[in-house]
Design a binder for this molecule. Structure first.
Ligand SMILES: Cc1cc2nc3c(=O)[nH]c(=O)nc-3n(C[C@H](O)[C@H](O)[C@H](O)COP(=O)(O)OP(=O)(O)OC[C@H]3O[C@@H](n4cnc5c(N)ncnc54)[C@H](O)[C@@H]3O)c2cc1C
Length: 172
């Protein structure tokens, strides 16, 4: 779990009680209560979005975070890394077992198709759920309006579920 803080924050100043208090203020309520325990690892992570194209240089193939990063808001980084490996495996398998390089030639484009969709989803989630330091009252209210319109609409919820999991929902 994570919450937004100033990227210049000193993590040493955040003991477990302070961290749990932040989480409680954000998610407890409406009958929901977090189960608390020891915090095993903590860090201040500056968000970053990056894509290296193409994901290949000669015989060097890039996969996972070496080629692209997304903010953790969409929980997509590890999923993208696994997809890259699956797509790259298909190309290597075809190269070594069938003597065809066609799938290796298209590795970068096929992997990037999913990467850019995940970039878009992560960007959308980040701009909806995180507040820029210089946000004014209007932009905060607009963000809440956006969040409300997603959770109160069947199509909004379906899009969120589908983009988050990568699986089609019943509604679609
Ligand atoms: C706080 C946080 C929360 C996240 N939450 C999610 C989530 O909910 N869902 C999700 O899908 N993704 C999430 N991610 C992203 C996910 O962890 C990464 O996208 C994923 O681990 C990338 O896998 P990778 O194999 O490309 O790189 P890594 O997991 O970074 O693996 C690279 C490995 O290479 C090793 N290495 C580095 N340099 C060398 C070297 N010179 N020689 C040998 N080995 C080396 C490193 O030690 C490391 O083990 C999160 C990331 C963070 C930081």
């Amino acid at each position: 779990m994570y919450f937004q803080c100033d990227p210049k924050e000193n993590v040493a100043e955040w003991d477990d009680d302070r961290i749990w208090a932040e989480f409680r203020s954000r998610v407890n309520g409406n009958g929901f209560e977090l189960k608390e325990g020891p915090v095993l690892e903590k860090m201040v992570l500056p968000f970053r979005s990056f894509v290296h194209t193409p994901m290949r240089h000669g015989n060097l193939f890039l996969a996972g975070d070496a080629a692209h990063t997304v903010p953790p808001t969409g929980a997509k980084g590890l999923n993208l890394a696994i997809n890259d490996v699956k797509v790259l495996f298909e190309g290597l398998d075809s190269h070594y077992n069938s003597g065809s390089d066609a799938l290796l030639e298209t590795y970068s484009d096929r992997a990037l198709d999913r990467v850019w969709k995940a970039q878009q989803f992560s960007y959308w989630m980040t701009t909806m759920l995180h507040t820029p330091a210089d946000a004014d009252d209007f932009s905060r209210a607009r963000q809440l309006g956006e969040l409300n319109s997603v959770v109160s609409s069947r199509h909004g919820r379906a899009y969120l579920a589908e983009a988050y999991t990568g699986w089609p929902t019943v509604a679609s």
